[in-house]
Design a protein around this ligand. Structure first.
Ligand code: PGA
Length: 239
């Protein structure tokens, strides 16, 4: 795929007002990034902030993504948010299986696959987060779902190595190249278009080297995405 995807995972770092104010203050700069040729910018605030964020970016090419979704379609599931609601408020993407929520919610690969199923049904692109430990099992689980869904529905895989999230430690390039080659081989067995992302301590200083990995089309950015100058410095290093 000839595009570069930059996903800002804001986690629970901003409050509602902080997220809205970040977008309002920086809307011109965010919009300019999203207008770079073949660049996609996705902001992932918390559930409560999504709708306001979607309204604030509506006249730009900036997209909105959720940080999670319920694995249930609808019904008596207190505290859950459905894929339908995410679609209705304008989410284009949703993260699933992020290491932080996987740990907290004790999610299995099957749970995460079910979330993907809900997202596909609503036309939302899942960004499935995996690490060294979950990569093969999660890919096998997703493949069982992909056999049954429309071959044109895109998905993304974000490889976030354990130990890289929020630590400043990024694995060496040779190791990442091997992993992304393996991911590409596994994903190519399915007909659906896929995008491979790297996540974990992405910074302006390491973005260029990461983006040089052949199979990679983008980055999942946590801490560094909370600062507009850092986000710009990362995005403008795309090939
Ligand atoms: P980080 O977070 O960039 O702060 O390491 C990435 C993530 O958890 O998605």
């Amino acid at each position: 795929m000839n595009r570069s995807l930059f996903v800002a995972n804001w986690k629970m770092q901003f409050s509602f007002h902080q997220a809205a104010s970040f977008i309002k203050t920086n809307i011109g700069r965010l919009s300019a990034l999203a207008q770079l040729p073949d660049v996609e910018i996705v902001l992932c605030p918390t559930f409560t902030d999504l709708y306001a964020a979607a309204l604030l970016v509506q006249d730009t090419k900036v997209m909105i993504g959720a940080q999670d979704v319920s694995r249930f379609e609808s019904g008596a599931h207190t505290g859950q948010v459905s894929a339908l609601s995410l679609a209705e408020i304008g989410c284009t993407y949703a993260l699933v299986g992020h290491a932080e929520s996987r740990r907290l919610l004790q999610e299995s690969c099957a749970d995460i696959t079910q979330k993907c199923e809900r997202l596909f049904a609503q036309g939302i692109i899942p960004i499935i987060c995996v690490d060294q430990e979950t990569l093969e099992e999660q890919l096998a689980s997703i493949t069982r779902l992909l056999i049954q869904v429309d071959p044109e529905l895109p998905y993304a895989i974000a490889f976030e190595p354990a130990g890289a999230i929020g630590t400043g430690n990024v694995p060496d390039k040779d190791y990442l190249q091997t992993v992304f080659k393996q991911l590409e081989e596994l994903c190519s067995q399915n007909p659906q278009p896929f995008s491979l992302l790297y996540g974990g301590s992405v910074r302006p200083e390491n973005a260029r080297e990461l983006l040089a990995i052949k199979q990679l089309i983008g980055l999942l950015i946590g801490g560094a995405s909370l600062d507009i100058a850092n986000l710009e410095a990362i995005v403008t290093q795309y090939r």
